[in-house]
Design a protein around this ligand. Structure first.
Ligand SMILES: [Zn+2]
Length: 504
């Protein structure tokens, strides 16, 4: 294995580009993957129609991967299948996508490099370690000499099989995730540098038996702010190419689910030391992680919002957050708002296709009786019967994009045909709603994404029931290794694992 002296990350791309320019033979690099986050605590399945599949040029032109065009070596797009987080992936859907991916990969052989932009928290019905299955299948196709780089969401789970199939990886360093493109670029810069310089890097993984919801580990707040904030400096040490720290995904009951430190580079002893230190720091901070905003039951946060003079107070219905893997069809928040006679409220939204369709049938201005909620996972929650006046219907040719605005007493509710978050102001304004004009805004979200956080005055988080319930110690736990907080007095010391390919 050829080892080179360390060069800083900042100069990595420049070196790669200049090597390319002076005529290094073009390397053949393919890229693509699958991204979904799956809760095992709900009863819905993610099927083919839930995935957006960007193939070929559509992937190459996708803004999050535009940087792949800047390299001297062509990055050849396979496809990227991505979905709103949800339930387990239906087995047939997974098998179909995997088979197409591997087929396209075979067509591009021989390859020098592969870049896999993954999420890391996929759960396929009847299978554990789904990314391990996908990534090891890619390795089997491309062979031993090809280098594979992956990028991960920081809420992804790793496994021995994932680590042993990869040569390098990089994960997001912010939550909410505002560094997607930067992370993709780090993973690609590293791959290109290794190909240009003939480096086969080492990869060291330190699993940390701690799990918590993302809502307790936002990098906007301590201790996550300092833990992740130090990564760029750690990354600048000699022999280190990437330092990543992952929270892991808590709402999948499987053995591989843990937090982790993962380090890529050329000096195995340094990698081992950095992975150990980072894992130990995370472990030591485990009881410090707190929700960044005030929390309570839905009734408590509604009462608090009603007593406040600032507006809009944004309430997060966190247990049913579709961007965390919640089903998004629950009407408990609506029931509570009506019971408490809340007024001047907008609730966006509840995934309810039958209700949405009924509103389109009835038309704007009509009042109809609706049973709202519990249409996707009727085992998990109950609908609420209301007399709803249809206020607005989104104009679209696509039934899945239909959205109806109804008013029920003092509450304006958005019903949507498909599961979707309300993360941007334009999600509201497209429906004729200005969220800043309401006293209370209720969204199905955990921590707020920046655009909604900017209008929250303030944000209160309701710790509600659902597939992404934040009450972690009460989640059923049958498959995980002994993990904090289920085992509150767990004893542990870091034991970093060197990947199989690092030793080969
Ligand atoms: Zn995430």
């Amino acid at each position: 294995m050829k080892r080179r002296d360390f060069i800083t990350q900042a100069s990595m791309a420049a070196v790669a580009a200049s090597v390319g320019r002076v005529g290094a033979a073009n390397k053949r690099i393919a890229f693509g993957g699958i991204q979904i986050e799956c809760s095992t605590y709900g009863n819905i399945l993610s099927r083919m129609e839930d995935f957006t599949v960007r193939r070929g040029r559509e992937l190459a032109d996708f803004r999050l991967f535009g940087m792949t065009k800047a390299y001297a070596h062509p990055f050849m797009p396979i496809f990227l299948a991505s979905a709103v987080p949800g339930g387990r992936v239906e087995r047939q859907t997974y098998d179909t996508l995997k088979s197409e991916f591997l087929g396209r990969l075979r067509d591009l052989m021989p390859l020098d490099g592969v870049y896999l932009p993954m999420h890391g928290a996929m759960y396929v019905d009847g299978m554990t370690d789904a990314e391990g299955d996908w990534i090891s299948a890619v390795r089997a196709v491309v062979g031993d000499r090809c280098l594979i780089s992956a990028s991960y969401d920081l809420h992804g789970n790793l496994s021995r099989r994932v680590i042993d199939s990869l040569d390098m990886m990089s994960a997001f360093r912010t939550a909410p995730h505002i560094d997607r493109e930067e992370t993709h670029k780090r993973a690609c810069d590293m791959l290109v540098r290794c190909l240009d310089e003939g480096i086969r890097p080492a990869l060291v993984w330190a699993p940390i038996p701690v799990l918590m919801p993302g809502e307790r580990s936002s990098t906007e707040y301590e201790p996550a702010k300092r833990l992740w904030g130090q990564l760029p400096a750690m990354n600048a040490q000699e022999g280190i190419m990437d330092v990543s720290l992952l929270v892991g995904y808590v709402w999948a009951d499987e053995a591989r689910a843990t937090a982790a430190a993962v380090v890529t580079g050329t000096r195995p002893a340094t990698l081992h030391k950095v992975a150990s230190e980072l894992a130990q720091q995370y472990w030591d901070a485990r009881s410090e992680f707190k929700f960044g905003v005030p929390t309570g039951t839905m009734a408590e946060v509604i009462a608090k919002a009603q007593s406040m003079t600032t507006r809009p107070v944004v309430l997060s219905d966190s247990g049913d957050n579709p961007t965390g893997g919640g089903t998004g069809d629950r009407a408990d928040a609506l029931a509570e708002l009506l019971r408490m006679k809340a007024r001047d409220v907008v609730l966006a939204g509840i995934a309810d296709r039958p209700g949405t369709e009924a509103c389109y049938q009835a038309g704007v201005g009509t009042t109809l009786t609706l049973k709202v909620g519990a249409t996707l996972d009727p085992q998990a929650s109950r609908p609420v019967e209301v007399a709803a006046k249809v206020a607005f219907l989104a104009q679209t040719d696509r039934p899945a994009e239909r959205q109806a605005v109804i008013t029920v007493g003092g509450v304006t509710v958005v019903l949507t045909a498909r599961r979707r978050p309300f993360h941007e102001i334009k999600d509201f304004t497209a429906l004729g709603l200005d969220p800043t004009k309401f006293g209370i805004v209720v969204v199905k979200a955990g921590y707020l994404v920046p655009e909604i956080a900017a209008i929250a005055n303030p944000n209160l988080m309701a710790l509600t029931d659902g597939a992404v319930n934040q009450d972690i110690p009460r989640l059923a736990n049958h498959h995980r290794v002994p993990t904090y907080p289920w085992v509150p007095d767990l004893k542990w010391t870091p034991a970093p694992i060197v990947s199989a390919r690092s030793k080969a």
